[in-house]
Design a protein around this ligand. Structure first.
Ligand code: AMP
Ligand code: MG
Length: 345
């Protein structure tokens, strides 16, 4: 495994060429995008794709995202609905993945044998330069071990995948910190599969109405998962996490008084009780810091982490989705509910 440092704005030709040559012989490369770090293979390499699944211990029925440098390259892998051509020209590159009918030209490993393909153009100079050099798309999920929080620094990738990736490119911390928005345009109206930095409010301006099922809010596991990845437990720290609509200071004081060691994930000022884990001052900072803080939570050795519920609009929808998944449904609206979910009385 090689770790190379790259300037995220102007990656050197040497790093880009090295990455492209690793990918073109069926190797894997972890690299930053504007959302989180991705673990990439050449999109036409079944061998590279299998290495991605093996490194992550990812179930084979959970397909990858195909990363392109342009709308033209998207046409090679999927059927872009003609009425969306102009829309995609406007929103790409960016943190928005579009599920469309597949052309069936990629290895089954990448699409998990589905007749659809998830495509996006990342707004980050490093992956864009690699795709351009490769003259082919790269397929990849987030570069974490399956079930762990997504990596937002190269260090997180090393923690999870050391020795299991051919090349890691350290381009510094990622910009948004949560994964791309995923929208399925094979449905009418389009269905939001995963909220992300490209907000529903922006999507509605572009697509008119957009369907937001409860599962996209991180609520009620649906019987048939909308996106294959939805049925897996994601982003969950080892330490039980509770999403609290109750004031965090009050909740932490109540738990500590009952002998429960508590970490408090706080926005703005942290309460004077429990172990403080600052998330930032505003919701964009929270998104950026969230996964690193969840990793830190597990290192503290506390009994429980308390996270604040946030308003589900803008980037807040993506944050609540991730918090709900990380807390596997532990969301409380009163101290009584808090005691019940944690079994403390
Ligand atoms: P990750 O970004 O690491 O979560 O991995 C890619 C995500 O894209 C997973 O949640 C997949 O379930 C989702 N995805 C990939 N292909 C498709 C598809 N054809 N339809 C729906 N979701 C998809
Ligand atoms: Mg992932």
């Amino acid at each position: 495994m090689v770790v190379l440092t790259a300037d995220p704005i102007n990656p050197s030709a040497e790093v880009v060429e090295r990455a492209a040559s690793v990918l073109s012989v069926g190797g894997t490369v972890a690299a930053p995008t504007e959302t989180v770090y991705g673990l990439f293979a050449h999109a036409h390499s079944a061998v590279g794709c299998l290495k991605v699944f093996k490194a992550k211990r990812r179930p084979l029925d959970n397909p990858l995202i195909v990363h392109v440098d342009s709308l033209e390259m998207a046409h090679d892998v999927g059927h872009v609905p003609p009425e969306l051509e102009n829309v995609l020209r406007r929103i790409w590159p960016g943190p928005i993945t579009v599920v469309m009918k597949s052309r069936g030209v990629l290895p089954n490993c990448i699409t998990a044998g589905l007749d659809t393909v998830a495509v996006r153009a990342p707004a980050h100079p490093i992956p864009l330069a690699i795709i351009r050099k490769l003259k082919a798309p790269m397929a990849g999920p987030s570069a974490n071990r399956a079930g762990r929080p997504s990596p937002t620094t190269a260090q997180h990738v090393i923690e999870d995948l050391a020795g299991e990736v051919d090349l890691i490119i350290d381009g510094g911390p990622t910009f948004f910190g949560v994964e791309s928005t995923i929208i399925d345009v094979t449905k009418h109206p389009p269905v939001l599969l995963r909220p992300g930095p490209f907000t529903v409010e922006e999507l509605e301006k572009i697509f008119g109405s957009v369907s937001v099922p409860p599962a996209a809010r991180g609520l009620a596991e649906v019987e048939v998962a909308l996106a294959p990845g939805m049925k897996y437990r994601h982003y969950a720290p080892e330490t039980p996490l509770v999403v609290s609509h109750v004031d965090l200071g009050k909740a932490a004081a109540a738990l500590e008084a009952r002998g429960v060691k508590t970490a408090v994930l706080c926005i703005g000022d942290c309460p004077p009780v429990g172990h403080p884990l600052p998330l930032g001052e505003d919701l964009y900072q929270v998104a950026k810091n969230l996964y690193g803080v969840l990793r830190e939570l597990d290192r503290l050795g506390v009994d429980v982490g308390l996270a604040p519920a946030v308003e589900e609009r803008g980037i807040g929808l993506a944050i609540m989705n991730r918090l709900r998944k990380a807390s596997v449904g532990r969301e409380v609206r009163s101290l009584e509910e808090l005691y019940v979910v944690l079994g403390v009385f």
